[in-house]
Design a protein around this ligand. Sequence first.
Ligand SMILES: [Ca+2]
Ligand SMILES: [Ca+2]
Length: 294
Amino acid sequence: MKSQILTVTLGLALFVSNLSAGVFSIGGFSFDEKNTVTHGLIAQGSSLRGHSSSRFGMFSPDYISDPNVYTNHFAKFNRSKSIGRLMGMHNKDGLGTDFARAISLPTTFDASPRPNTDRYVLQFAWDEGQTLQNTAGNDFVIFESATWEGFAVAVKKEGSTEFSAYRYQFANSHDELHVANAAAFDLSDFGIADGARISAIRICNLMNSKGVAGADKVDDSTGQGKVISEKDPGYDKAYVLRQKLGGEEFPADQLGADILYVTALHNVEPQKPAAPLQLTPSQEPSVASVNVSE
Ligand SMILES: [Ca+2]
Ligand SMILES: [Ca+2]
């Protein structure tokens, strides 16, 4: 890695300062880290293990490949918003490094919990009151670390207490430099209307045909789509959930997805304020009832 001491001319510094420092691109998706989720919890299941993802968000491609580029844009990237670290896992190497961390759904490396047996659900959200609107095209992206391992995703519509049905989608890309797979989602595919908003995202592990409750399947013959589990209507007509178009189902040692980073692809916004209370004339406080005087 480069070890030069960087000198930045005034002209370059002014140029850089005109760019939004928080905008990054990984796996072909550009995002502003102000739109990255800030809260994560295990909504179903007990503890999970995390793994260091030391290459994620560490270097800009041109910084690595071009000896004339001295500024690593990713030096400013906030790796503490990676999912493992959001969920309380910290770097423990004691060297003061600043690695991203993923949290891994049940893997074959663990005695417990077990893939194909234990169903785990992770839940993510932005700061209190922040929501994501369904605008044209993809609305959020989930990065998964290293070897591609699939996962199911659901969303919670603003004001609703229930989550949508789960979807599984193929990865859109694999970024070699960041050692991450990107899967982007359009809220329309979850049944969210144009302009409507969500307040939370859930991620659940998948089960294959060795699963104790049967394989998770999908509603589309390509092998991605709405997830249909053994208890759901239409299971007998559902399709094999595949790793990629034309691929096989995930083997058991590729069911432990390493959830690394979850971010919106456009600005999150405050929740719509509640409609003002409409008082009928009989409910309006009268002057006499509030004007208590001696
Ligand atoms: Ca959309
Ligand atoms: Ca992985």
